[in-house]
Write a protein that binds this ligand. Structure first.
Ligand code: ADP
Length: 374
């Protein structure tokens, strides 16, 4: 019973037993065919020889018997040799198939134990080779995911450290009497707490967009209404900072397919950044243009600009050009990463260009024209 169970559970044994069945059937057919065929074949030869040996029935009978024995002996020896060779070959073939599978099995156990650098050798160019290639691809992706996870933990810890140590410093100064217990001192603590809250909110949103879990309520939206709404919301802040806001949106723009709240969030982020990184007296322009089956939104400013080396990294999470400056204004470097995911989830593209430091920046993204408008 145990042996049967063992065979059922092991591919190598299954292959071996299936070869063995094929060999046994082959040998049986061979033996059967020899037994059936031999008497008539011998009879034919003997009949032919009879004419030469003339009439000695004893000799003829002897001849027939010897012939039969010789054929049986040859058949048996050949079958035994064939059996031994076939068993050796089938063991070898079964091993060739099961060894790579066994290697992959132990590699997957290693990966499960956290050794993501594990790879297997590609044994051949057949299905087993393809399986090994897919396995290695899966391992490489798991390794990347693990690296991203570790980097994220490191980044989050780093981001939390600054506000927390600020709070600790203020509290210690308050307790030692170095800082007076007055509203201003408490307001500094509150500022840090607000920054922490914003960071946690951003992180939560980032994890949702990165996991593709953000729910999009797609509908048909007017780009003009979108831009007007965002500009209205930020107009006072532009006035306060004395930055001019220019809106260049033609009235005859087609409607786009988007989630209005998310599109609003993207525009707010880009326009808010443009305002933040532009000095008083500067200008921010928001423009909407049709481009084939897309509508392109462009937000350009005359602000601090970005060096060519930073341009390509701006949409990476936690990436800030000037960490101390951005941190002082509460920026965590997550806004553009979220914006990128949101644009791409809605089927668009987002990019930025800058002529260099102090040369201003241009951020642009697209949304698709709603189908009925195409
Ligand atoms: P933050 O909250 O730090 O602004 P973002 O993801 O929105 O995070 O932006 C990432 C970084 O990109 C910013 O820290 C800043 O260095 C740079 N950046 C964004 N917008 C502009 C802009 N209009 N001009 C210059 N630099 C910008």
């Amino acid at each position: 019973m145990r042996a049967v169970e063992g065979i059922r559970r092991r591919l190598g044994w299954k292959l071996f037993v299936s070869y063995l069945i094929v060999i046994a059937v082959g040998v049986l057919v061979l033996a059967g065919a020899v037994q059936l065929q031999t008497p008539s074949a011998i009879q034919r030869h003997v009949d032919r020889m009879e004419s030469h040996l003339l009439s000695d029935p004893g000799l003829v009978e002897d001849l027939r018997q010897n012939f039969t024995e010789a054929v049986n002996e040859i058949t048996l020896t050949a079958a035994m040799v064939a059996l031994v060779v076939a068993v050796v070959v089938s063991v070898f073939t079964a091993r060739r198939i099961t060894n790579p599978i066994r290697t992959m099995m132990s590699a997957s156990q290693n990966i499960a134990a956290g050794h993501f650098e594990q790879r297997v050798e590609v044994p051949s160019q057949d299905e087993l080779g393809n399986l090994a290639k897919s396995f290695n691809q899966m391992a490489a992706e798991l390794e990347q995911t693990e690296k991203r996870r570790l980097a994220l933990i490191g980044d989050v810890a780093h981001e939390l450290r600054t506000p927390l140590s600020n709070i600790r410093g203020i509290m210690e100064a308050l307790m030692d009497g170095v800082l007076p217990a007055e509203p201003n001192s408490y307001a500094s603590v509150q500022r840090e707490v607000i920054r922490l809250q914003r960071l946690v909110q951003d992180l939560q949103e980032l994890s949702q967009v990165e996991a593709g879990e953000t729910y999009l309520d797609l509908s048909t939206v007017s780009p003009v209404a979108l831009v007007n709404m965002v500009c209205e919301r930020l107009r006072l802040q532009f006035e306060d900072k004395e930055v001019v806001l220019v809106v260049d949106v033609p009235e005859n723009m087609p409607l786009v397919r988007a989630d209005p709240a998310r599109a609003n969030q993207i525009l707010l982020n880009l326009l808010g950044n443009a305002l933040q990184y532009t000095e008083a007296g500067g200008q921010v322009t928001i423009r909407v243009q049709r481009q084939d089956s897309d509508v392109m939104f462009t937000i350009s400013d005359t602000g601090i600009g970005v060096s060519p080396a930073d341009v390509s990294r701006l949409f990476e999470r936690f990436y800030r050009v000037d960490k101390s400056r951005s941190r002082a204004t509460g920026g965590s470097g997550i806004g553009l990463t979220i914006a990128k995911h949101l644009v791409e989830r809605q089927g668009g593209r987002i990019w930025m260009t800058s002529e260099g430091v102090a040369q201003g920046s241009v951020f642009a993204f697209t949304l698709s024209v709603a189908e009925s408008q195409g």
